[in-house]
Design a protein around this ligand. Structure first.
Ligand code: HEM
Length: 298
């Protein structure tokens, strides 16, 4: 239990000094009962004031610490815009696609009532699909034609270290080792996320195009290909939705280490604390590159 006797004595001293000052200045002696009542009230007020001041100082310290902390640029504007467009496209596709899949449920019926029917959903779905196709072309251009894109893509390729990190993480979570794996720019979790989206986009776009232009494709490919595409599109949609809501959102926002929200994908910035915790190998590389550049200048 917290020991409160010392602060209480201090507050009592302050109240006593204030009352004595008033008595001296006004040259009066206060009635004993009235004086002790006044003193109790003063102690309470001084306590409340001290608590407010303590909280304000704490807030100020927190803000100063945040403002003074070095931050690193994790994602450039191009990368952030791609992510925003991808997120918007996928959310539109999920919201308009799932009611088509589960069209005879109550939720879907309410959705169609509110949005103007299944025909509207089909149109919205095609708008989302067009956005997704644009993002995929944009991303392919980014990873082939820009320096940052090429570098990010190389670092997103799976390596043996990812497999070792995965095993070590399991050992860490099971309490077998106290050492967490040290990640570079992208951990195996982030790489898995990236490749799941990459693979998912190829599947959804190809099968979606087949469904969209069914009249054309039914004359070109056998019917069973069309049937497979319909099944694949429908099942992969469920998988993608669950992967985003459970896997992706948990890892980037709901994980206790970042909860309730990780702003990096919007601001592009990552704090030194998070850099040291989540990407220590990248931190070492970035700081040693900066040191080398400084030595070169001298
Ligand atoms: C993350 C991306 C996507 C999700 C979550 C998604 C989801 C869905 C779902 C759940 C359905 C209903 C399937 C069923 O009836 O069982 C559907 C239908 C459809 N999707 Fe997608 N989809 C996505 C991407 C795309 C893309 C990229 C295209 C086109 C290039 C596309 C075109 C279509 C078409 C044409 C239909 C048939 C709709 C209709 O009945 O007219 N989808 N989608």
């Amino acid at each position: 239990m917290q020991n409160t006797s010392k602060p209480d004595k201090r507050f009592e001293g302050i109240a006593e000094a204030m009352l004595s000052d008033v008595e001296k200045e006004e040259n009066i002696g206060l009635d004993e009962e009235f004086r002790s009542h006044l003193k109790e009230e003063l102690i309470e007020k001084v306590k409340q004031h001290a608590e407010i001041k303590r909280r304000q100082a704490q807030e100020r310290k927190k803000k100063e610490a945040k403002a003074g902390e070095v931050s690193f640029l994790r994602f450039g504007l191009n990368f952030r815009m791609q992510h925003l467009a991808l997120a918007a496209g996928v959310i539109i596709l999920i919201i308009s696609g799932l009611p088509i899949k589960f069209h005879d449920t109550i939720v879907a019926k309410i959705f169609f009532e509110l949005t103007g029917g299944i025909t509207v959903s089909r149109i919205i779905h095609r708008i989302g699909a067009t956005l997704l196709i644009i993002v995929s072309i944009w991303h392919l251009t980014y990873i082939t034609l820009t320096k940052n894109g090429r570098s990010d893509f190389k670092q997103l390729l799976p390596t043996m270290k990812d497999f070792k990190d995965f095993l070590q993480n399991i050992r860490y979570f099971m309490g077998v080792t106290k050492e967490k794996p040290k990640f570079g720019r992208f951990s195996y979790v982030e790489k898995f996320d990236y490749w799941a989206v990459y693979w998912g986009m190829v599947i959804m776009i190809l099968s979606g195009l087949l469904l969209w232009f069914n009249n054309f494709f039914l004359g070109v490919v056998p019917k069973f290909v069309f049937d497979i595409a319909t099944e694949v599109h429908s099942d992969e949609a469920m998988l993608a939705t669950l992967a985003i809501v459970i896997w992706h959102w948990y890892n980037v926002h709901f994980n206790p280490e970042v909860f309730p929200f990780n702003p990096t994908i919007f601001t592009g910035k990552i704090s030194k604390t998070r850099m040291l915790r989540d990407h220590p190998l990248e931190y070492e590389q970035v700081t040693s590159n900066a040191r080398e550049r400084q030595t070169d200048k001298k």
